[in-house]
Design a protein around this ligand. Structure first.
Ligand code: PNS
Length: 164
């Protein structure tokens, strides 16, 4: 069985992420989407909430029956070893992403030989979307349609109303 791992901070999951999930799920027998910690980013949702929002966003979506959602606060390569996954999938939105992603792919390969990273390029119509932009729009109460699923938008608005 060909299994791949799509790691990310997914804070929150965007329509860009969901598109990568759908496309990666079509290429593998099983896809594990795993919420992980990016120590350079401050969290908006906690890890359980992020994983739950991914699950809710995927519910009813076509072609994702072979997708599992999980979270870990450990090293990516340790999780990959535990799950016996050799292929990591990452999305690339633009050239600016490339340098950091290449570095992460190299470090992961050095930490655990055999782990390879496969890059899927974002669809041009989704390439402007990032979780950072979503959090920024949310902070100002701007509409989130076209950026995130309804489930995520509702959760963000609810939290903003609660003043969180
Ligand atoms: O969505 P992001 O923030 O670009 O995802 C980055 C993430 C979470 C995949 C990366 O920070 C990560 O792998 N974190 C887990 C800890 C780890 O293994 N760090 C070493 C990677 S070089």
């Amino acid at each position: 069985m060909k299994t791949a791992l799509y790691p990310g901070s997914f804070d929150p999951v965007t329509l860009g992420h969901l598109d990568i999930i759908q496309r990666a799920a079509a290429q593998f027998d099983w896809l594990i989407v795993c919420v992980m910690v990016n120590s350079e980013k401050r969290g908006f949702f906690d890890h359980r909430e992020r994983a739950e929002l991914i699950r809710r966003s995927l519910s009813g979506m076509a072609g994702v029956d072979n997708v599992e959602v999980d979270f870990t606060d450990g090293l990516l390569v340790d999780y990959a070893a535990r799950r016996q996954v050799e292929c990591i999938v990452k999305g690339l939105r633009r050239v600016a992403d490339f340098e950091a992603e290449m570095q992460m792919a190299d470090v992961n390969r050095r930490l655990r030989g055999g782990v390879d990273t496969l890059f899927l390029t974002a669809r041009p119509e989704l390439a402007h979307i990032s979780s950072t932009i979503v959090r920024e729009l949310a902070r100002y109460g701007a509409p989130l349609e076209g950026y995130v699923s309804d489930a995520v938008a509702q959760d963000i608005y609810r939290r903003m109303k609660q003043g969180k």
